[in-house]
Design a protein around this ligand. Sequence first.
Ligand code: IPM
Ligand code: MG
Length: 368
Amino acid sequence: MKNYKIAVLAGDGIGPEITAEAIKVLKVIEERNDVSFELMPALFGACAYFATGDAFPQATIDICDQADAILKGTIGLNHEESKKIPVDKQPERGALLPLRRRYNTYANFRPVFLPRSLAHFSPLKPEVIGDGIDLIMVRELVGGLYFGQKEAGVNEQGLRYVRETLEYDEEQIRRIMHQAFKLAQKRRKLLHNIHKSNVLKSSVLWNEVMEEVAKEYPDVQVVNYLVDSAATALCLKPTQFDVMVMENMFGDILSDQGGGILGSLGLMPSACIGPDKAYYEPSHGSAPDIAGKNIANPYSMIGSVAMMLENSFGMEAEAKNVWAAMQGVFADGYSTADLSKPGSGVTMISTVEFGDKVVAKLREMPKV
Ligand code: IPM
Ligand code: MG
């Protein structure tokens, strides 16, 4: 029997609720397969800060170091609550970025998926959804503005100023390009390269390296898109996209837009992959306004489990079953509050009910 250690960082806000549903799914995967998961819960985010004074405490680092994979919920507080924590210890800067840096998880995969049958979830018209949206954003996750040098002070004119650096070296660009091209080869052999080379020198280098790497993948067609026009195109004709590759900040923004065109950020799972370790997380925040109400959508968290099964444990068939189980719940006409507004025709269920239905579907699926 295979045994995998999973660090479980439930986090803040809706994190613990959606993580509980993801764990139910992991238990069913254990029942159905010759595999066991050793779950190692650890404090991470604002909850860790208030308990220990550190958003990513040493005890959590030790657990993550030992783990075969890390499953992370959501972190962060609302704007006002955040102010109770010193800026550099706030969960995003104090926990999430250090986690990404520690494991060098440079490749972030964010699927944006909506079958034609669920077009009613989307704010876009059915004719725009066409045969469905099925694209993956590949976001560089440990470079650019997020990790560049920062400086703030008062300048010679006595004005407060801030300076943040957008830095990439060619190797950082090359490795994410290889990931994107490889993924494109497995899919429609179409890669949209997202950049801003009409203004940013970083994009000029980005594109140069992209063209060098492209020579190794002659079967992949590259389409170049400026990031601003890509934002429009995602609304007007999302079906043209298959794999999109972009730097860190562009990826942060466009991937939330990805959730927007689907109808909910709750439909956005992700995988963050480094050379030796990967972690999995919803692309969205901790939604403190709805925390503890049993109404959050656990899809992005359960989808992150599916991505973990596939990428970290080689359980591709079971990953597919998890996706299918969730799609099955939607197909039966159920969803959580985000996607079941009055008049939508969708029956509203709670976070826990969604998880239970997914688990029931999964149990019905033929074993692999
Ligand atoms: C994301 C999130 C994070 C980011 C925040 C929480 C720091 O928005 O994963 O997209 O900006 O990367
Ligand atoms: Mg984001």
